[in-house]
Write a protein that binds this ligand. Structure first.
Ligand SMILES: [Zn+2]
Length: 504
């Protein structure tokens, strides 16, 4: 998952000692978005993830353009050109800059799991629309400034990439099943990279990637955690134990946090729905289109079947969530036992009679005129854009309603302001009194917390020489670094921009 903050970090070279392997950490070092790591061995170059930095529009565009330029250096055909990309999972902060890579001319393979490929289709196209919309917005804003006499700005801003660039990525995605070894570049004997992956338990199709780098007969194993998930999350299978490796590149998003246990979340949800329905209110759920929406839908379906909540009308009002749900339906091989068993009693775990996936804007707007209790789930999950804003505008001043926050809310977002119980918020530039009840369900987080990260890495500790912490804000990284040093007595490095390492 993505959240904001921290600076972009560009780190040169994890250099494998005594050999010629090295790599660049391009992003997600001391920040939680924009995962992308470049490794080199025997003059073969590969990239682990190619994610987008997600943050404030101007800053994000600058950082992502920088990442795209880094990509361009490897996208061509010279001796140092990229041989392959490995994608750990479909979240945009890991996959969203792949289209910059193809825009810069990269035409090689991008290896990932079959379900990640199917998720990338709607997600990358959606990301391209956002890029095109952002460029349009910035250009219109510049135009308005010129009209009021501001100095001429730079040339019109181009979108980072377009839907055509995203389409090109889809042509280059190649399926590799979990645990299947795949030669990425060179030879597994004379020098090169081989990969295999294990289940990360973070989202549908998510993986941890084990790389074997060989040069002059010497083998070095490097484990990339991707994003580590949690046990007992709805729908997806639990994370596999970490496989043996010499070096670990690990995420640290929640390196300083501990989650609530997942167990009671269904009962909590049932209580909330019953209470709001009884007082005639509506339940407005800002939910991330991927994973969180599907989890919520399945839990609500189970609660209705178990007659623990009234069968009120429910709506998924997000075209992206609707497309993503179809991918969840198809990839039953990634389901856990609970949903597999549930699918035997409910023909479609993600659908029932009174659940409607709205398609058109008209259908979405029509919900404003519905005067019975109902539940609507819509994106964006942090209330920054999308149809959720209309539902909030129409419902936030009514004390019978509930706004149910379902995930992390970054600083300065509307979602964060609601969580902080600010009495007044701006929606579409208009001040609104927050009279609706605000509640949160944080238990469905897809990221391992500090204890879960320590426990995930425990099996690999005996063989580890060093740990690199990435994909986390400085405070989270520092806390996790101290714990790993204390508990496992390992050397831990939090890479910074420009750092250079030799490993091996
Ligand atoms: Zn993720």
């Amino acid at each position: 998952m993505s959240k904001r903050g921290g600076a972009d970090i560009f780190i040169h070279c994890v250099h494998l000692k005594g050999q010629e392997e090295h790599g660049n950490f391009w992003g997600a070092a001391q920040t939680v978005t924009g995962s992308s790591h470049h490794l080199e061995c025997a003059r073969k170059n590969i990239l682990l993830d190619c994610g987008l930095f997600q943050g404030k529009r101007d800053q994000a565009h600058e950082i992502n353009s920088h990442l795209a330029m880094s990509a361009a250096q490897l996208a061509g055909h010279g001796p140092d050109a990229l041989s392959a990309v490995v994608l750990s999972h479909a979240h945009i902060d890991h996959s969203g800059n792949l289209a910059s890579l193809t825009k810069q001319g990269y035409r090689g393979p991008i290896y990932t799991t079959p379900s990640t490929i199917d998720l990338c289709n709607p997600m990358l196209k959606d990301s391209a629309h956002i890029q095109e919309g952002d460029a349009d917005f910035m250009n219109r804003r510049r135009g308005k400034r010129r009209m009021i006499g501001a100095p001429e700005g730079a040339v019109p801003m181009e979108p980072l990439y377009t839907e055509a660039d995203a389409e090109q990525v889809l042509q280059q995605l190649k399926p590799v099943k979990l645990y299947e070894p795949k030669l990425l570049a060179g030879s597994s004997v004379d020098g090169g990279f081989t990969m295999s992956s294990t289940n990360a338990g973070h989202m549908l199709g998510s993986t941890c990637v084990l790389l074997e780098a060989v040069e002059k007969g010497q083998k070095t194993r490097l484990l990339f955690s991707g994003d580590v998930g949690r046990k007992n999350l709805p729908i997806i299978q639990d994370p596999d134990p970490a496989p043996a490796a010499d070096y670990l590149i690990m995420e640290s998003t929640y390196g300083n946090r501990l989650h609530q246990p997942i167990g009671p979340v269904k009962q909590k949800l049932a209580g909330l729905v019953r209470r709001v329905a009884a007082r005639g209110g509506r339940i407005i759920v800002p939910a991330f289109a991927v994973e969180r929406t599907q989890q919520m839908v399945m839990l609500l379906h189970q609660l209705i079947d178990e007659k623990l909540i009234p069968d009120i009308p429910m709506f998924v009002d997000s075209p992206l969530a609707t497309n993503v749900t179809e991918v969840f339906r198809q990839h039953t091989e990634d389901w856990d036992q609970e949903i597999s068993a549930f699918s035997k009693t409910a023909s479609d775990p993600f659908g029932w009679q009174r659940l409607k996936y709205t398609k058109t804007v008209q259908e979405s707007k029509a919900l404003n005129d519905l005067h019975v209790p109902f539940l609507v789930m819509s994106a964006s999950g942090m209330c920054e854009a999308g149809r959720i804003l209309h539902h909030l505008k129409n419902g936030i001043e009514d004390p019978r309603n509930l706004v149910l926050i379902t995930g992390y809310q970054a600083a300065n977002t509307l979602g964060r302001k609601l969580v902080e119980r600010q009495p007044e918020v701006n929606i579409f530039g208009e001040p609104m009194r927050v009279r609706a009840e605000i509640d949160s369900i944080g238990e469905l987080s897809g990221h391992a917390d500090q204890h879960e990260l320590l426990s995930w890495m425990e099996p690999v500790v005996p063989t580890l020489k060093k740990v690199f912490l990435v994909h986390g804000e400085p405070l989270a990284q520092q806390a996790l670094k101290e714990e790993i040093e204390k508990v496992y007595k390992l050397e831990v490095i939090c890479p910074k921009r420009g750092d250079r390492f030799e490993v091996g």
